[in-house]
Design a protein around this ligand. Structure first.
Ligand code: MCN
Ligand code: SMO
Length: 776
C-alpha cells in the first residue's frame, strides 16, 4: 500500500484507540501509586490568613509553606512593559481565582484524597474581586499583584499613521465586538503521575502534554533539578487543543510531593476542575474604526483590543500571547495600507489564559469579518466582492503585510471564490427571497483568514519568549531486523502526527506504514523538541523526520551498493530494499550486515551508521501560511432566537497534504469547535468571580445534532520554504466559523435591522438584539 506523503490512509494509532488499548495517564499502573486531590480556593480574591491541616493527617497534606524549595512558575518575557507574575504551585499569601490550588492532599484512593481535602480548613480574608476588564482598569481597582501599580501584564502599540486613510475615506465604520471566555474540554482532562526512579536517579513524570521536552525543562527549573534528573513521558493523550502545552501548577506540586514522600502520586483532572480551575481563554473586547472608500476598499484600520487574561502568566507563553497575537493578526489576509492598534493584556481574578486552537485568531477573525460585512453593507456591495477586492492577491505573493507577516504563497481571492461557488452564493439571493416568501429567515456569511504555522525561532524570540526554541529534531533508524524506527520528541494527541511523520519516513524509504515504528513523547528516548502547537507539528517534526530519513536513505544506498557490488549512484530504494534494477539488497540484509557483521564492511561503509538524528528549521523563520475561506448558510427563527446551520463549506490550502483523510478530520473537528465558539460556548462568572458554568449542562458543547454536514474543498499550493511544500493546518478550521455564522445570522435578520456583535450568538443574544432593533 502507498504510505508516503499524500496517501489517504487510516491512522496507525486508531487500532489501539478504538479497541480501548491506548494508555492514558489514568491507565498507567505503578505499584504503590497514591492519588491526589487539591484544596482549591472558594473565593476569587482573598488573603490567606491560616491553613489548618486535619489532625493526624499532617503528613498527607502539603501547602506552600512546606514547599519552600519549590520555585514558582515564572514566565519571563523580553517585551517592554511586561510584568512578571510569580505563579506559585500552591497559593502563597493570597488567592487570585476560584479554583486556585491551596493544598495538595494524598491518599491511597481519589475518594480518600478528596475527603482529606474537604477536611482542610482555610481562613480567608476576602478582597474586592476584579472580574472584568473595565473593573481591572478602573482607577480605584483592587490590584491582583500588589507591587504592580496597575492590572496590566502588557500593553503593545502598533503606531501606524492613519492620516491619509482618514482623509481619503468616504466610509467610516465604528464597531465594538466581544468574544466569550472558553474552556477547551479535551476528552481526556489533564493528568499527571510522578515518581522518583531510584535506579535512574530521576523524577519520572507521566503527563498528558503536547510538549514533553518543554515540560521537562519547566519542571527541572522549578524543582531545582538537573534536566538529566527529570524524565517526562507523555503517554497517549486524549486531546490537547493548546490546554496541554503549558506547565500547570498541579503537575509541579504533585512532582514535588512524589519526591518528598517517595511514592508514585497521580492526579486526574475532573470535568468540574477543568471548567472552573483550568486555565481558560479567548475573552476579548474590540473597538475598531475602519476607513474605506466607496468601492469598499479598506484604506486603514484603527483598533483597541483588550484581553481578559486572568491572574497569572502561564509558562512558557506568558499571559500576553493572546493580546500580542491579536494585534499582529487583525489585518489577517487583507492588504491594508494603514494600521494602528493598541492591545492590553489585563489581569483579572480568573484562571490564567492558555492558548486554545487558533490562539487569538478566532477573535480577530470574527472582528475583522464582521467589519468586512459592515463595509459591504455601507457601500451596497456583495460581501464576497468586497473581500476579494481587499484580499492579498495571488500575483502579489510572496507578500509582507502591514504587521510584517510574510505570506509565502497562495491565492486568497481564488479560495474565497471557490468557497462561494461550492455554496452556490450566486443563486443565494433568489433562494433567500423564496424562503422569505414562506416566512423563513435564511442568511449567508463568509469568513476568511490566514493561519501562521511552523513559527520558527525568530518568531518566538520576537514574542519575547526566551524559553521556546522553535526548532525540531528527529531520529530515523533502521533496526537490526531491517524495519524503520522514527523517534520524535514531539507528540501526537489526536491530530495524527504519529501517522503522518511515519508517512514522511515512508516517502524516502519507500516502505509502508506497518514497517515503521514511531516513538514519541518520551524525553528519555527522543531528541529535544519544541512540541506540537501553533500548527507546527507537521512542518517541523515532519521536516526533521524528512531530513533524517533522507540521510538514512543516502546511507542505505551506500550499504546496498556495497552488497550489490555497484556504485551508490547506480541504485535506488524501492519496496524495503536497495536495487540496481538487476538485483536487490533488502533492508533486512543491509541491517544484518551493519549491525551483526560489521567486520565484513569496508571502513567507508561501516562508518555510515543506520541511526540518524537531524535538526530542522524551515528555510524561512517566520512560518508558512495556510489560508481558507469558510461559508455558511443559516436559518434563524426570530420567535426563539435559535440558529440552524443549513450548509457549511470550507475551502482550504495547506500546501502539500500529507494525509488527506486526517486533514478532513482536522477540518471537521476544528470547525465543530469553531461552531461552539460561534453559537454555544461561554464560561460565565458572577460579580463575585464565581464560575457559573461548572458542568457540561451549563457549558454547552455542540454535539452531532448541532453540527452541519461539512463540505470541503482544497487547493494545494506548495510552500517554497518548507520541506515538501507542507504548511500546518491544525488550528485553521476553528478560526473562521464565528465570522461566517454571525455574518450569516446578521444577513438572515437584516430585515429587522439586527447586527449582532457578540459571541456566542445564543438564542438569548439573538432575541435581545431583535428587541433592541425593535426599540430603535
Ligand atoms: N497534516 C497533514 N498535512 C499537512 C498538515 C497537517 O496531513 N499539510 C496533519 C498532520 O497529521 C498534523 C495534523 O494534520 O499532525 C495537524 O497539523 P499541524 O498544523 O502540523 O498541527 P500539529 O501537528 O502541530 O498539531 C497541533 C494543532 C493545534 S496547535 C491544535 S490546538 C490542535 C490541532 O492541531 N489540537 C488538536 N488539532 C487537533 N486535533 C485533535 N484531534 N486534537 C487536538 O488536541
Ligand atoms: S492552541 Mo494549539 O496547541 O497552538
Amino acid at each position: 500500500m502507498q504510505s508516503g506523503i499524500g496517501a489517504r490512509i487510516p491512522r496507525k494509532e486508531d487500532a489501539r484507540h478504538l479497541k480501548g488499548k491506548a494508555q492514558f495517564v489514568g491507565d498507567i499502573k505503578i505499584a504503590g501509586t497514591w492519588e491526589a486531590a487539591f484544596v482549591r480556593s472558594p473565593l476569587a480574591h482573598a488573603r490567606i490568613t491560616a491553613i489548618h491541616k486535619p489532625q493526624g493527617a499532617e503528613a498527607r497534606v502539603f501547602t506552600a509553606e512546606d514547599m519552600v524549595d519549590l520555585a514558582p512558575i515564572r514566565c519571563e518575557s523580553t517585551l517592554p512593559s511586561y510584568k512578571v507574575s510569580d505563579y506559585p504551585a500552591l497559593a502563597q499569601g493570597k488567592v487570585r481565582y476560584v479554583g486556585e490550588c491551596i493544598a495538595i492532599c494524598i491518599a491511597p484512593t481519589r475518594a480518600e484524597a478528596e475527603d482529606l481535602a474537604e477536611a482542610v480548613r482555610v481562613d480567608l480574608e476576602p478582597l474586592a474581586p476584579v472580574v472584568s476588564v473595565e473593573q481591572a482598569l478602573a482607577p480605584e481597582a483592587a490590584l491582583l499583584h500588589d507591587d504592580w501599580g496597575d492590572n496590566l501584564f502588557l500593553t503593545t502599540n502598533h503606531a501606524g499613521d492613519l492620516t491619509e486613510a482618514k482623509a481619503k475615506a468616504t466610509v467610516v465604520i465604528e464597531r465594538e465586538y466581544e468574544t466569550a471566555r472558553q474552556a477547551m474540554n479535551p476528552m481526556e482532562g489533564k493528568g499527571v503521575l510522578a515518581h522518583w526512579d531510584h535506579k535512574a536517579e530521576q523524577l519520572v513524570a507521566y503527563t498528558s502534554t503536547q510538549v514533553p521536552h518543554l515540560i521537562r525543562t519547566g519542571l527541572s527549573e522549578c524543582l531545582g533539578l538537573d534536566q538529566a534528573e527529570v524524565r517526562v513521558i507523555a503517554p497517549d493523550v486524549g486531546g490537547g487543543f493548546g490546554y496541554k502545552c503549558v506547565l500547570q501548577p498541579e503537575e509541579l506540586s504533585l512532582a514535588w510531593v512524589a519526591r518528598r514522600v517517595d511514592r508514585p502520586i497521580r492526579w486526574t483532572e475532573d470535568r468540574r476542575e477543568h471548567l472552573t480551575a483550568g486555565a481558560n481563554t479567548r475573552q476579548h473586547k474590540y473597538k475598531i474604526t475602519a476607513y474605506a472608500d466607496d468601492t469598499g476598499r479598506l484604506l486603514g484600520l484603527d483598533a483597541d483590543i483588550w484581553v481578559d487574561v486572568g491572574a497569572y502568566s502561564v509558562w512558557p507563553f506568558t499571559a500576553c500571547l493572546e493580546a500580542a497575537q491579536a494585534g499582529g493578526n487583525l489585518p489577517g489576509p487583507y492588504d491594508l495600507g494603514a494600521y494602528a492598534c493598541r492591545t492590553y493584556s489585563v489581569a483579572t481574578n480568573k484562571p490564567g489564559f492558555t492558548p486554545y486552537r487558533g490562539v487569538a485568531r478566532p477573535g480577530v477573525c470574527f472582528a475583522m469579518e464582521l467589519t468586512m460585512d459592515a463595509i459591504a453593507r455601507a457601500v451596497g456591495r456583495d460581501p464576497l466582492e468586497v473581500r476579494c477586492l481587499n484580499l492579498v492577491q495571488g500575483a502579489a505573493m510572496p507578500y509582507t503585510n502591514i504587521t510584517g507577516k510574510f505570506y509565502d504563497s497562495g491565492d486568497y481571492p481564488a479560495a474565497a471564490r471557490a468557497a462561494a461557488e461550492m455554496i452556490d452564493s450566486a443563486n443565494f439571493r433568489a433562494r433567500q427571497k423564496a424562503a422569505a416568501a414562506e416566512g423563513r429567515h435564511i442568511g449567508i456569511g463568509f469568513s476568511t483568514f490566514t493561519e501562521q504555522s511552523a513559527h520558527g525561532t525568530k518568531v518566538f524570540a520576537a514574542w519575547g519568549l526566551p524559553l521556546v526554541p522553535g526548532y525540531e529534531q528527529a531520529m530515523v533508524k533502521l533496526t537490526p531486523s531491517g524495519t524503520v524506527e522514527v523517534r520524535s520528541g514531539n507528540h501526537s494527541f489526536g491530530q495524527g502526527l504519529e501517522t503522518t511523520i511515519a508517512q514522511v519516513a515512508c516517502e524516502w524509504l519507500k516502505t509502508d506504514l506497518a514497517q515503521v515504528k514511531v516513538t514519541m513523547g518520551d524525553t528519555g528516548l527522543t531528541p529535544y523538541s519544541t512540541g506540537a502547537y501553533a500548527s507546527r507539528g507537521m512542518v517541523m517534526a515532519g521536516g526533521a523526520v524528512s531530513k533524517a530519513a533522507e540521510e538514512l536513505a543516502r546511507r542505505l544506498k551506500i550499504h546496498g551498493a556495497h552488497l550489490l557490488q555497484c556504485k551508490p549512484d547506480e541504485v535506488e530504494i524501492n519496496d524495503c530494499a536497495v536495487t540496481n534494477g538487476i538485483a536487490s539488497a533488502s533492508f533486512a540484509e543491509i541491517a544484518s550486515a551493519w549491525y551483526l557483521h560489521p567486520d565484513r564492511l569496508p571502513d567507508d561503509v561501516n562508518t555510515a551508521g543506520l541511526e540518524v538524528t537531524e535538526g530542522y528549521k524551515p528555510d524561512i523563520d517566520t512560518g508558512v501560511f495556510t489560508y481558507a475561506t469558510h461559508a455558511a448558510i443559516v436559518e434563524v427563527d426570530p420567535a426563539t432566537g435559535r440558529t440552524t446551520i443549513l450548509d457549511y463549506v470550507i475551502f482550504e490550502d495547506c500546501g502539500r497534504r500529507v494525509n488527506p483523510l486526517i486533514l478532513d478530520g482536522q477540518s471537521y473537528g476544528g470547525a465543530a469547535q469553531g461552531i461552539g465558539t460561534a453559537l454555544f460556548e461561554e464560561v460565565i462568572y458572577d460579580a463575585a468571580g464565581q464560575p457559573l458554568t461548572s458542568t457540561l449542562a451549563d457549558y454547552i458543547l455542540p454535539g452531532p445534532a448541532e453540527l452541519p454536514h461539512f463540505r470541503l474543498g482544497h487547493a494545494e499550493t506548495l510552500s517554497p520554504y518548507s520541506r515538501h511544500g507542507i504548511k500546518g493546518v491544525g488550528e485553521g478550521a476553528a478560526i473562521a466559523p464565528a465570522g461566517a455564522i454571525v455574518n450569516a445570522i446578521n444577513d438572515a435578520l437584516s430585515g429587522y435591522g439586527v447586527e449582532l456583535t457578540q459571541i456566542p450568538a445564543t438564542p438569548h443574544r439573538v432575541l435581545s438584539a431583535l428587541l433592541d432593533a425593535q426599540d430603535k
